[in-house]
Design a protein around this ligand. Structure first.
Ligand code: GLN
Length: 448
């Protein structure tokens, strides 16, 4: 823990950490020492970890990358944080992210962007950019992330690390500051699939009293599935994931990864996910709709920021929200309230929900022909800071390959498979069917 704290200080310029609390970290490390001394051989005892600032924590402030929650202290730990602490991990601190997890580049954080350690003029991806950078720059052996539309997979890909988003409902959302509740899912980000398997085993499991969408599926020991043969495994490669817009460097890194899998005994099957492109408008209707509802709690009354100068109650709400939220968050609240409003609800929100169902059906069709699906995580490697010039649509379009799996609630991974333009890492996306985490982790592990 001391080593990683020092490493964090040394690379503070990358902007990954939003909060540390050395005293709390070392106290946890000491109790891990006691567990070890008492002969506790559980695999995560004493393993340092850092948490995305979307998870609320008692020992550290929790901001969700927003000014709205500057200095906020939660009276409890998120279930994921608590479970990992019970498994023996030592919390190194809280990691930067896009404000309320809305973004693909970490440039939407109220606390400044995070820099990609492979090239500090580039973005690390988002929204779990701080988590990916902490692991990639060896400031933490592992981190938690959350994935609503790609926020574990895409930064993992851009920073050359491994991340897994489980099936929607496998990890409790309790204490995860909500963005889009029907999509939000927690997962680990680490160097290898093996490390992710250990962490995911600790994270998953039902939380019936605290998260009504948590599934009644017991936690598994995912490490036990590692090492299985890939002989005869059918890897579905969706035609639509190689459409124009995917850069040549990404294409060739993915192609050689697929060839590697064929050498390991897997078979390649061409499949189709015909509504891939529709995932963008569908997601950017549903996610803002849910966000507009979730973010209504930030009204200056119960917690977080409250405007100092204000008139009556309505004026207090208005000024508090004007001051506390960043531009992208405000844009999404407006889009969300618009698509939910009378007269537009049927045309946008309801329509999007119907197409969401069709996207999920497309995957079920595809899984009749294959065991896992593979393709790029994103159409290009990490772009330069500021390159999208504040154009949110440029960011949205880059989410095209992660959004379909999210809308369907499927488990997904990113594993590092090569390098592209500028020597930047390229990740391979692996998507599994519901509860296919063990299979995915094994497929990832065989490559590594
Ligand atoms: N980039 C997507 C968005 O901005 C996904 C973010 C996420 O998964 N949290 O909504």
């Amino acid at each position: 823990a001391k080593h990683f704290l020092a490493r964090g200080r040394q690379h503070a310029g990358l902007g990954a950490f939003l909060a540390t609390n050395e005293e709390a970290t070392l106290a946890q490390a000491r109790s891990a020492d006691q567990r070890l001394a008492a002969g506790d051989a559980a695999p995560l005892v004493g393993v340092p970890i850092a948490h995305k600032d979307i998870f609320v924590t008692r020992d550290f402030p929790s901001t969700a990358g927003s000014k709205m929650l500057e200095g906020y202290r939660s009276p409890f730990d998120a279930t994921v944080v608590r479970k990992l602490a019970e498994a023996g991990t030592v919390n190194l601190g809280k990691l930067n992210c896009d404000e309320f997890a809305m973004g693909s580049s970490n440039e939407n954080s109220a606390y400044g962007p995070v820099k990609n350690p492979w090239d500090t003029s580039r973005i690390p991806g988002g929204s779990s950019g701080g988590s990916a950078v902490a692991v990639a720059a060896r400031m933490a052996p592992a981190a938690t992330g959350t994935d609503t539309g790609g926020s574990i997979r895409q930064p993992a890909s851009f920073c050359g690390i491994t991340g897994i988003k489980p099936t929607y409902g496998r990890a409790s959302r309790y204490g995860m500051i909500a963005y889009a509740s029907s999509l939000d899912q927690a997962g680990p980000m680490a160097r290898t699939a093996e490390d992710c398997a250990l962490l995911l085993s600790a994270i998953c499991g039902p939380d019936p009293d605290r998260d009504s969408t948590s599934l009644d599926v017991p936690a598994e020991d995912f490490s036990r599935s590692l090492g299985g043969s890939l002989e005869g495994l059918r890897i579905g490669v969706p035609r639509e994931f190689f459409a124009e817009g995917v850069t040549a460097d990404v294409r060739s890194a993915i192609e050689s990864a697929l060839q590697q899998y064929e050498k390991l005994g897997a078979k390649r099957v061409e499949i189709s996910l015909p509504r891939t492109e529709l995932a963008i408008p569908v997601y950017y209707i549903i996610a803002p709709a849910e966000a507009s509802s979730n973010l209504s709690r930030f009204d200056g009354v119960k917690f977080g920021h409250r405007a100092k100068q204000h008139g009556d109650l309505l004026d207090m709400y208005r000024k508090t929200r004007a001051e506390g939220f960043g531009d992208e968050v405000k844009a999404r609240i407006m889009i969300g309230t618009y698509v939910l409003s009378h007269g537009y609800y049927d045309a946008y929100y309801l329509q999007a929900q119907k197409i969401r169902r069709l996207i999920a059906d497309d995957f079920q069709q595809a899984f009749q022909q294959c065991d896992v699906i593979a393709g790029p995580v994103a159409p290009s490697v990490a772009w330069k800071l500021g390159e999208h010039g504040g154009d949110p649509v440029a960011d949205y379009l880059a989410d095209i390959f992660t959004l379909p799996g999210s809308l369907a609630g499927l488990p997904g991974m990113s594993i590092p498979v090569g390098f592209g333009a500028g020597g930047m890492p390229v990740g391979l996306q692996l998507l599994g069917n519901y509860f296919g985490e063990a299979k995915l982790l094994n497929v990832a592990h065989r490559f590594q």
